[in-house]
Design a protein around this ligand. Structure first.
Ligand code: ACO
Length: 313
């Protein structure tokens, strides 16, 4: 028995920060930011738990479910509200969920790690409905006076509802990995701001994502032309273009939100997926490729089959 994504939703803070807002107080420009990253604006505000609960509520609404129907909650985040307890506890309470809840930190690859984990737990048979959320408030970890990182990151959340009982498997194939020796390239100490060796992270991100996509497509027995929609981590449009060009995935079949959200780490892939689903860009039976990389350095790719055949209520 497989599982299916039956709901999706997002939450973005109201406050929009444009490139010109940064240019008015830092030595940067809209032209530089757009040309080097593809980002035009990002959102700022809220807490990780508030954004996660709002996204979760929206996803449950699309699925036609209540929080009490959920018996597993996985929250992917690198920006928990507190060191203790896990932020998923507050989200579980806000949505009145049942069953267990935990946080998962795999940086920008976190949502794919969480999706694969939730799908596997549903597959064991003890859970029926999982809420998988990516939620981040990265602007709190970013030195707003540092032009090399401030312009890149934004706040936001998105969620999907997974239900068991589907005829097809949701996760057709996946590839998870980490290179812990690359930790010094991208980190934030407790109480400190994000430090990033941007150029080296860029180089490694392209290579890690490319190799991970090749592995996951091979495991799925799929070719790039079989992928109906590619949902990459939204860090930099130049990374996405470089990967797409080498894999042979056209930008027309790629979900992009980073021009409006910036890099929202674990929230970026579900945000792009939720917007694509809302726009009707995925249909029953479609293969969707998700791929992300991030601090750690982690990476995660999954080929999933869209559609809810067999999930009857
Ligand atoms: N405005 C103007 N100039 C800038 C800005 C800015 N906002 N930021 C940096 N610069 C300058 C630099 O100081 C540098 O100047 P110098 O040559 O005088 O030293 C120059 O621009 C070029 O800097 P580079 O770092 O070489 O620029 P690059 O083209 O590599 O772009 C960027 C920088 C956007 C950070 C890019 O390297 C990148 O996207 N890296 C990957 C980031 C990423 O993907 N992170 C993902 C993980 S995030 C996570 O896990 C939380």
């Amino acid at each position: 028995m497989g599982s299916a994504i039956t709901g999706w939703g997002e939450a973005l803070p109201d406050h929009v920060v444009t490139n010109d807002d940064f240019a008015s107080r830092l030595d940067t420009s809209d032209e530089w930011i757009v040309a080097r990253t593809g980002i035009r604006e990002r959102r700022m505000g809220g807490s990780t738990s508030e954004l996660a609960a709002e996204a979760g509520r929206a996803a449950l609404k699309v699925a036609g479910l209540e929080g009490s129907d959920v018996d597993l909650l996985v929250l992917a985040t690198t920006t928990p509200d507190q060191a203790i307890p896990a932020t998923s506890s507050a989200v579980h309470d806000a949505l009145d969920c049942r069953g267990g809840a935990f946080d998962l930190n795999a940086a920008c690859a976190g949502f794919v790690y969480a999706l694969v984990t939730a799908d596997a737990l549903l597959g064991i048979g003890h859970h029926r409905r999982a809420l998988v959320i990516g939620s981040e408030t990265l602007t709190k970890l970013t030195d707003q006076q540092d032009r090399s990182t401030a312009v890149l990151f934004g706040d936001g959340a998105a969620a999907v509802v997974l239900e068991s009982g589907a005829r097809d498997e949701l996760v057709v194939a996946y590839d998870l990995g980490v290179d812990g020796s690359a930790t010094p390239l991208l980190y934030a100490d407790h109480g400190g701001y994000i430090h990033m060796e941007g150029r080296e992270v860029f180089r490694r991100a392209v290579r890690a994502e490319l190799e991970s996509i090749e592995r996951v497509l091979e495991s799925a027995g799929a070719r790039p032309e079989d992928v109906a929609l590619f949902v990459p981590h939204q860090a930099n449009v130049r990374i996405i273009e470089a990967v797409n060009q080498r894999v042979g995935l056209p930008m027309e079949r790629t979900a992009l939100v980073l021009d409006r959200t910036g890099n929202t780490s674990a929230a970026s892939i579900p945000l792009a997926l939720a917007e694509a689903a809302d726009a009707g860009r995925v249909s029953e039976g479609d293969l969707v490729l998700l791929s992300g990389f991030g601090a750690g350095m982690t990476w995660a790719s999954a080929v999933i089959r869209w559609g809810r055949r067999g999930v009857g209520r």
